[in-house]
Structure formats: C-alpha cells, structure tokens
Design a protein around this ligand. Structure first.
Ligand SMILES: [Fe+2]
Length: 137
C-alpha cells in the first residue's frame, strides 16, 4: 500500500533532487507498510537506518548544489537540515533501545510531515531563486 506519493507539486526543478525526494517518500512508505505487517524490531531498524543514511546523503548533495549556484540562504537551509538529522538520530537511538514499532510510528508520521513541508516551504525557496536567475538544471 502506498500511503504518500511524490507528485509534480513537490518538484524543486532539479531532476536529481526530485529523484532523491521520491526515494525518501518510498522509504517512509516502507516504514508505514512494515508497521502494518509485523511488530518485529529488526526490519524496522533496518528501514530507519536506511532513512537516516539516505537523508544524510540527500542533504549533502542538495547543499552542494545550493553552494554551486551561490544560493544566499544556504547557511539557514543547512541549519534546518541539521535539525532534521539531529531529530532522526535521536529517534534512531530510541528505536535501538527497544520497542522500535512505537518509534517507527513517530518517525513515519513526523518524517512525512517534514518531508512535505520542507520541500514545499524551504526547498521551494531555492527553486524560486533558480527560476528567477534562469538557472537551468
Ligand atoms: Fe532541503
């Protein structure tokens, strides 16, 4: 079952970053599906780990692109990324301490909200900046 799906509204105008965002939706959907299937900690911990690693990778790549285009709000954007990573790290630690299913519910719910809000409010700022300057990707 697909709970949440990427749609064109979420496009940030950079194909590779759109692909990353789609992957993040996919991982969060996996988490929702796993929670429906069983309450085993192991597969849940694996998906949480994957979410953390992929989010790290995606933020680093996004920051590289923002640096490349001399995006003026890069530093503020990096702080927001760091807040998300810190929160995910806290959740991941909590999940490893046991009862991962309950943490998974929090991660999936909070995760999907930040993903949607972050793309639409924060990422769309660099998208608009690029559009204004006519930067093509
Ligand atoms: Fe971002």
């Amino acid at each position: 079952m697909k709970v949440y799906e990427w749609s064109q509204n979420y496009s940030v105008g950079v194909v590779i970053l759109d692909e990353h965002h789609k992957e993040l939706f996919k991982i969060l959907n996996q988490l929702f599906n796993l929670m429906d299937e069983s309450a085993d900690d192991d597969p849940i911990l694996k998906v949480i780990d994957n979410l953390l690693n992929y989010t790290h990778y995606h933020f680093a790549e996004e920051e590289k692109i923002m640096a490349k285009i001399d995006y003026p709000e890069l530093e503020e954007h990096k702080i927001l990324h760091k807040e998300i990573i810190d929160q995910l790290n806290d959740f991941a630690k909590e999940a490893k301490d046991g009862m991962a299913i309950f943490v998974a519910i929090k991660i999936a719910t909070v995760g999907i909200e930040w993903l949607k809000n972050h793309i639409l409010s924060v990422d769309h700022k660099y998208y608009n900046y690029m559009k204004k300057l006519g930067i093509d990707n």
